[in-house]
Structures are given as C-alpha cells and as structure tokens.
Design a protein around this ligand. Sequence first.
Ligand SMILES: Nc1ncnc2c1ncn2[C@@H]1O[C@H](COP(=O)(O)OP(=O)(O)OP(=O)(O)O)[C@@H](O)[C@H]1O
Length: 413
Amino acid sequence: MTQKHWAIFTANTSQKSELIYALLEGPLPEGFKELKNLNGALLSKLAVERFIDKEDRHGSKIITSGTAQSLKSMSSGEQKKALLKHILSTQPDFIVLDNPFDNLDTTAQEDLKVTLGKVSAHTPMVQLLSRKTDLLPFTNTFAKLEGKDLIFAENANSFSNQLGKEQFKNDIPQPIHSYEIEGDTLIDLKGVGVSYNEKPILRDINWHIKKGEFWELRGRNGSGKTTILSMITGENPKGYGQELYIFGRKKGTGESVWEIKKRIGYFTPSMTDKFTGYHSVSHMIISGFYDSVGLYIHPTEAQLRLAKEWLQLIGLWDMKDELFHDLSMGQKRLIMCARAMIKHPPLLILDEPTAGLDDDSAALFVALVNKFATQSNTTVIFVSHRKEPGLEAEFIYQLEKSDTGSTGKILPS
Ligand SMILES: Nc1ncnc2c1ncn2[C@@H]1O[C@H](COP(=O)(O)OP(=O)(O)OP(=O)(O)O)[C@@H](O)[C@H]1O
C-alpha cells in the first residue's frame, strides 16, 4: 500500500494551532486514522521558538548540541535546518510540516524537498501550506482548513483562491509631521565588515541608499541580511567604529539608538504572532506614533483622524473597535504594516513580511507596500526569500555568501 501523506491548505482564518495540537496530542481529527497511536514531530517556526525558550530558561542545548553557537543567534534558515536535523535523528512515526519552506532560501528549499522526498518513503507527513507553489509532490490526500473544519477533496486543484485581487482605492494618508534629513543620502555603508568569533560574515559591504528609494534585500540563509539591518537599526554594536552613516551621521557620533529608532519603521511577522495584549484595532495603528505595541495614552484628534484614513485605505474601518487579538493573520499583518507606515518614517524595514501568509493576503500586503513606496518619501527595504509576485522594488541588493564573508552587489530589478 502506498504511504499516505496529507496536504492541508490553510488560509489566514484557519485555526491551524488547534489542528496541529490535535494531530500531535489527539484526539485525532477525522481523516487521520492512520496516525492513531503514533508519535509525531513538528517542523515549524513555533517549534523553533519553543526550543529557543528552553535554551534561554534552562540553558539546555537540545537541537544545537555539538555546536558552540546558541540557537537564538543562528539565522532563521539555520534554525530551521537544525530543527529538521534533530527531528530526523529522533525518527518520529510521522511529521507535521507547518509551512516548511518559509524562511528558507531557494537552494535550501530544494534541499529540503529532496530530504523530505526520501523520508516520505517510510514516514507519513502532514504538510500545512499557505502558498500553492509549496505543495510537496508526494502528498496524495488533500484538504482545506476552513476555520476549524477540514474539507477533503480529490486533488489540490479543487482549492482555488476565493478572494478577488482587492485594490487599494484611496491614496496613502499624509503624515502629521515630516522628518527633516539633510542631503540625498539616507544610509551609507562603506567597506563595512562583520565577524562573529573570528568567523567572517560580511566583507567590504558598500551600499548607498538614497531618500525615497525602494530596495529589496536578498541573500541566502546566513548571508548576513539580519546582521546588516541590525547594524542600521542600532541593535548590533558591530556597527560602531565602521564607515556606517545613518540619516547623515556617522554611527556612534552622539546619536542614541533611541533617536535612530524613532526614524525607522520596522515590521517582521514575529512581532504580530507573539503579541497577545488586548488593544483595539485603531489604537494599534496609532501606537505607531509612540513605538509602543498598543496605546497607553489618549490619542489626539489628528491621530484618530489619521487612523481612520489608514483603516479606510486597508478596508478595515468597520473593525476599528474590534480587538486586534481577534483579527485574522492577514488582517493583523496589514494593521502592523500600517502601524509602521503611519509616521512616514524616513526608513521602513520589512523583514520577510509575507512569511506564513496565504497567496491572496500576500498579494494584498505587497500591493500596500508598492503603493506606500510610490506615494511617500520613505525609503523601503523589503527582505524576502520568495520571489514575491508583484513586488515593485526599484533596486535589489544581493548578498553573495562566501567563506571569507558575504559581499554585496546591486542587481537590476
Ligand atoms: N551573535 C552571534 N554569534 C555568532 N554567530 C552569529 C551571531 N549572530 C549571527 N550570527 C551568524 O551570522 C550569520 C548571518 O546571520 P544573519 O541572521 O544575519 O543571516 P540572514 O541572511 O538574515 O539569514 P536568514 O535568511 O536565514 O534569516 C549566520 O551564520 C549566523 O549564524
């Protein structure tokens, strides 16, 4: 008998965690009787975070034993690879794969496909996927998760996207204040290099970013994308003492990290996914003025008006008083993105912002970013592993990984 493998299509409203829990801990949902009394393992971003938490709290190195480096300091792709290696070494009876290709570069995605193909000969798998292109070729049982209901179908083609390609009709709302930065240049890296424990990561990075430009930052897992961004935002002390100019000033010449951060809008999905407080949708947007998550002071009239314009733009005005907590994942991402945009900061960094989104929500998100990049003076840096359909970046900065440290080059978009 051929081995059964499931592909479950999820949308942003799917109750995925409940399904994953039921598969691993029981009671098993209908349609999975083959997994009865078997021990499953989970490959997902959440599983990585749980191991990081264990390392932090108990100092126990479970999936990184044998290496000196902590799991937390590894790049997101390296973390996922370490988890997969650990899972395979424990020889589980079955594996649940939650968007296995997110955070992996294209080479790593191909490698993972080959590995999973081999393992699939003897180990059943349940793939949860939000992007159609991710479908593993060996899956042979197909379902869609609508809310908490599983709907099975003959083949994967039965699940076409239901949503139309929504357009944003209104213009991008104008900010209350604008930022003054002298000159044309926003950020300049001149011959910047970084090593960790004598391992070279970045070498001779030259990257000149002007006001209002729209950049895509690309590079393989571990090539140093997050490292560059963290030097720019001030979180990484490796930026000091180097030829690194931010908003017209050399790094480390008097400006506090806080002053730099005030002028940067930042969004990465873990900000949303970890956030558990109870705040209304409109307050979440307004909190973008204060760099806090959630709002702790009374908003001004002007701020309320602006929040209304943003919510109208992204089609969520009807939900202004709902709790952010109760929104779907796609809606949360749009809100967090608008939150990062509301001030029209001189620099907006979006770090793999579409990871985990379904095709329609990703297209909507990309449309919002394109519109903002066109209608604002903000410089946008978009980091992604996927070739995001429709992304209209003007320039691509590509990191080329090598043993002597990644170097950068500018590609035509
Ligand atoms: N604190 C640290 N100590 C040791 N090594 C580190 C530390 N921080 C980062 N690294 C290493 O530096 C390299 C670059 O990491 P970085 O997170 O910048 O890569 P990335 O391009 O963002 O990767 P990904 O696409 O997988 O997220 C990786 O090999 C990582 O393990």
